[in-house]
Design a protein around this ligand. Structure first.
Ligand code: CP
Ligand code: NVA
Length: 306
């Protein structure tokens, strides 16, 4: 079978519900996996820092019987001596059975995906963060029991995390509001595509610039950092722009009493979310972080098993 990549959520659109179920199954079976990826190696290239993505991929492949190789891009030939991505992709494909890549530029991600003969999995780029969105869907299923008829409001910067959530919500039938300042809306093409997928699926994707209206009846409030890695926006400017979109007690009161609060982490308390809310009873952020591990296993198993 031809190798497949997970660079955009859309790459595995048809399998997304199965990936969610598989992650939940693998979570229940933790400690009892039968080494399905025995002898398989995953190369992990990082151009940016990471805590969750790095650890969860490493532990995930180890627990499935395989092995991870951590590669700091700045210490690789492609970083120091500008070896081309085309050559890097073909060389790595002779050593490892899959490549996880955290990139600044989605064009480099696409190039790796095109030239590698083994599956390429995005660990985030400037356009998307698909594995985060998978863990998020697992968390929503666990906490809310399902997807259809649920309303997720994403507040803040229309960034990579927001873009992947748009696709994931559209696929799973969640109604999503992207509540972002007009100058920081999600990627227009992704927003358009997600809207069409949602329509075909009987759900709704909409944009808003009014947090108080958007949060009415929300089942999930979701936020992320106001300044993503590589974003040069000065902090004072970001604070001014995004302050009305902060998840705080006032917005939480507008949502459903059963509303859960999500954040992909790392969090900046006092900026996109208050300390009271992230430490409060609605917050599920640490379960969400743990689910990165189970979600990675589902992806690795699906793409790398024989
Ligand atoms: N959420 C997430 O991807 O975290 P890291 O940057 O720590 O990997
Ligand atoms: N939007 C953030 C996510 C970090 C996990 C970033 O790209 O820095």
């Amino acid at each position: 079978m031809a190798k497949r990549n997970l660079i955009s959520v859309i790459d595995m659109k048809d399998e997304w519900p199965d990936l969610v179920e598989l992650a939940i199954k693998l979570k229940a079976e933790r400690g009892n996996h039968n080494a399905p990826l025995k002898g398989k190696s995953l190369g992990m290239i990082f151009e940016k820092p990471s805590t969750r993505t790095r650890i969860s991929f490493d532990v995930a492949i180890t627990e499935l019987g395989g092995h991870a190789v951590y590669l700091d891009e700045s210490k690789m030939q492609m970083g120091v001596h500008s070896e081309t991505m085309e050559d890097t992709a073909r060389v790595m494909s002779r050593f490892v059975h899959g490549i996880m890549y955290r990139a600044f530029d989605y064009k480099m991600m696409d190039k790796l995906g095109e030239w590698a003969s083994v599956p390429v999995i995005s660990g985030l780029d400037n356009l998307e963060h698909p594995c985060q969105a998978l863990a998020d869907m697992v968390t929503i299923k666990e906490k809310l029991g399902g997807f259809r008829g649920k309303k997720l409001v994403y507040l803040g910067d229309g960034n990579n995390v927001c873009n992947s959530l748009l696709y994931a919500c559209a696929i799973m039938g969640i109604d999503m509001v992207a509540c972002c300042p007009a100058v920081r809306m999600p990627n227009a093409e992704i927003m358009w595509n997600a809207t069409k997928i949602a329509e075909a699926n009987g759900s709704q994707i909409i944009a808003s610039h009014e947090p108080e209206k958007a949060c009415v009846d929300a089942d999930v409030l979701y936020t992320d950092t106001w300044i993503s890695m590589g974003d040069k926006t000065p902090e004072e400017e970001a604070i001014k722009l995004f302050k009305p979109y902060q998840i705080n007690d006032n917005l939480l009161k507008i949502a459903k009493p059963t509303c859960i609060v999500m954040h992909c982490l790392p969090a900046h308390r006092g900026q996109e979310i208050t300390n009271e809310v992230i430490e409060g009873p609605h917050s599920v952020v640490f379960d969400q972080a743990e689910n990165r591990l189970h979600a990675q296993k589902a992806v690795l198993y699906t793409l790398m098993k024989d």
